[in-house]
Design a protein around this ligand. Structure first.
Ligand SMILES: NC(=O)c1ccc[n+]([C@@H]2O[C@H](COP(=O)([O-])OP(=O)(O)OC[C@H]3O[C@@H](n4cnc5c(N)ncnc54)[C@H](O)[C@@H]3O)[C@@H](O)[C@H]2O)c1
Length: 257
């Protein structure tokens, strides 16, 4: 229980079998208060309450569309009000997990699809980080962990294609440049690059494609959401103060570089 004085904010954390929900659960298990931000406000509040109740930590959930500055500002204001009222400790960690993928081949993509995938993954990470960062700088402590993907490093090859790989690569550049700028502030910024994780995001994947995928991974299987969450919560600890601007591969050896 090393984090009872801090709140972790997690975006994209209500999906059944998703990474974000496991990350929120793990933060709570480690003693963090949690805030879940996702598209459906009611579901966010419900999932947060269930996790908060299970681990006896303060928990709130709000609606957010990470692509909308107005929505992001409103969600941050709701969290700030709970902090001000003493219902939540100060925000110490932000996990930018919300994301969408797309398996559409390049020449079949539309500008609309490109914009949407860039908006949720890259612009969303930018907007949410910008909203929560001032409080972290004021507190002199912050841990920002951004969700990229092995697709950014090896050019897709799992499920997502060009727009997804581009958006996840943007997140790597964002992470590195922001980490450099925030060096002296006590706020670290890192990225994780999972390979295939066993969630519902790869809609349309078949049993055959999943088997071929597993066979292509040296460890012989996809990652569990818990294995991804373990890295994210570690990067949020006091022990991780000297890790910043780094990219953490969680890919079972599928991309060794
Ligand atoms: N599953 C994998 O194999 C894998 C691998 C590498 C990276 N990732 C990344 O991990 C993250 C989580 O993936 P997952 O597999 O749990 O997917 P998921 O689809 O189960 O979860 C994504 C979550 O993001 C939320 N979301 C989508 N658009 C949003 C928006 N505009 N505003 C707020 N929330 C929004 C969804 O509601 C959902 O809760 C994504 O960023 C994904 O790209 C996944």
């Amino acid at each position: 229980m090393f984090n009872t004085q801090r709140t972790a904010v997690i975006t994209g954390a209500t999906s059944d079998r998703g990474i974000g929900e496991t990350v929120a659960r793990r933060y709570a298990r480690e003693g963090w208060a949690i805030v879940i931000l996702d598209l459906d406000g009611e579901k966010s509040a419900k999932v947060a309450a269930a996790i908060g109740g299970e681990f006896d930590v303060p928990s709130f959930g709000y609606e957010i569309d990470v692509t909308s500055e107005e929505s992001v500002t409103a969600a941050e204001a709701a969290v700030a009000a709970e902090v001000r009222d003493g219902n939540l400790p100060t925000v110490g960690a932000l996990a930018n997990i919300a994301g969408i993928t797309s398996p559409v081949p390049f020449l079949e993509t539309t500008l609309e699809l490109w914009n949407k995938v860039m908006a949720v993954n890259a612009t969303g990470t930018y907007l949410v980080t910008k909203a929560f960062l001032p409080g972290m700088i004021d507190a002199g402590f912050g841990r920002i962990v951004n969700m990229s993907s092995v697709s950014a490093q090896r050019g897709g090859g799992v499920f997502g294609k060009v727009p997804y790989s581009s958006a996840k690569a943007a997140i790597l550049g964002f992470t590195k440049a922001l980490a450099r700028e925030l060096g002296p502030t006590g706020v670290t910024v890192n990225a994780v690059t999972p390979g295939a994780v066993d969630t519902n995001i790869r809609v349309g994947a078949t049993a055959e494609s999943e088997a071929a995928l597993a066979a292509s991974i040296p460890v012989g299987r996809t990652a569990t959401t818990e294995e991804v969450a373990a890295v994210i919560t570690f990067l949020s600890t006091d022990d991780a103060a000297y890790l910043t601007g780094a990219t953490f591969d969680i890919n079972g050896g599928s991309h060794i570089h």
